[in-house]
Design a protein around this ligand. Structure first.
Ligand code: KG4
Ligand code: ZN
Length: 315
């Protein structure tokens, strides 16, 4: 098997088109991302058909520019990896087909990468983390607690029974008339707010359950907003964010304690949230548990995690 010198990663599962080149000694990344916020913003969420068209327009140029910035010719690429799912079918097919075709044309190997697994292992791309660890994966489509035993084996401990954590942010923002993506706008608006102003529900509080539920929280925000249209929006956002963060932190720490794991690793777009990062760190630290947080550009959808995971899987 030829050794992997440079991996090209491609991501197009939702509303970010991204290409990354991974390799070198010590290994590093060059990445380019095309975001579609402005395209979807008027609709308050991602419109799949528009997302696919934007990926089609962006992918080839992004790959060319990323390779150029990495100082690599396409022929220097030794492996191509692309997101194969889960995600929007019409969006996924763009990056996946492009990646496969490119690998075929270059006569190089191709690896299909699971997007959620890539989020779960993303932090490993920039720091050496000892296995086993508990992973919290929180994105727009998933909320998972996972016991990660090694690079290839893991067991799902708990998941959301309804909305994902990112969805709770996105739908909450929509209720409050804030722009998409909701996580960013709720965090921004709540920055100066009082997180203890309103007591939104924390579902499945009992310690024994490692599952999550956020749909009741979203409904309670809807009723609250109808009854209290003049409540200061900063306080509402800060309190709503706190309700989501509290549950994520409490359950992650409990899972680590239950399994006697010394490390919690976070992944997914919601990990860009500063309050989640701060609270997870401070609560876990008190229990003697280490927290590993990926850099911001490894949290939201990106091609670095795809290139990294593809390399590990291939090797
Ligand atoms: O991982 P990701 O980029 O895409 C999916 O795989 O779904 O996650 C997107 C989610 C969205 O729901 C978005 O609102 C949320 O991550 N998000 C945030 C923040 N930035 C993005 N949630 C809370 N705070 C943020 N700063
Ligand atoms: Zn994602």
């Amino acid at each position: 098997m030829p050794s992997i010198k440079l991996t090209l990663g491609i991501e197009s599962s939702c509303d970010e088109t991204a290409a990354a080149v991974y390799g070198g000694n010590p290994p590093g990344f060059v990445e380019k991302v095309a975001r579609q916020f402005d395209i979807h913003s008027p609709y308050g969420g991602v419109v799949p058909e528009l997302a696919s068209r934007c990926h089609l327009e962006a992918v080839s140029m992004l790959v060319t520019e990323t390779c150029k910035e990495a100082g690599a010719d396409l022929n220097d690429i030794s492996l191509v990896a692309a997101t194969a799912g889960p995600g929007l079918a019409g969006a996924l097919v763009v990056g996946l087909t492009y990646g496969k075709s490119l690998a075929f044309a270059l006569k190089k190997p191709f690896v299909a990468v699971n997007h959620v697994e890539a989020h779960m292992y993303a932090a490993c791309a920039e720091s050496k983390i000892d296995f086993p660890f508990v992973a919290l994966v929180v994105s727009g489509g998933h909320t998972l607690l996972v016991d990660v035993k090694n690079e290839f084996e893991y067991e799902i401990l708990g998941r959301t029974r309804d909305d994902a954590a990112g969805e709770a942010f996105d739908k909450g923002a929509k209720i409050l008339g804030l722009p998409y993506p909701g996580g960013v706008s709720i965090e921004e608006t709540g920055k100066t707010g009082n997180a203890a102003a309103y007591d939104f529900p924390r579902a499945l509080k009992e310690k024994k359950s490692l599952d999550f539920s956020f749909s009741g929280l979203k409904t309670s925000l809807l009723y609250f907003n109808q009854k209290n249209p003049d409540a200061p929006i900063e306080d509402v956002c800060a309190s709503y964010q706190q309700a989501i963060v509290d549950v994520l932190v409490r359950k992650s720490v409990f899972a680590a304690q239950k399994l006697n794991r010394k490390t919690i690793v976070l992944g997914g777009g919601v990990v860009a949230n500063k309050k989640l990062r701060e609270d997870m760190n401070s609560v876990a630290k008190k229990k003697g548990i280490k927290v590993v947080l990926p850099s911001f550009n490894l949290c939201t959808d990106n091609a670095r995690m795809i290139a990294y995971r593809g390399t590990i899987l291939y090797e």
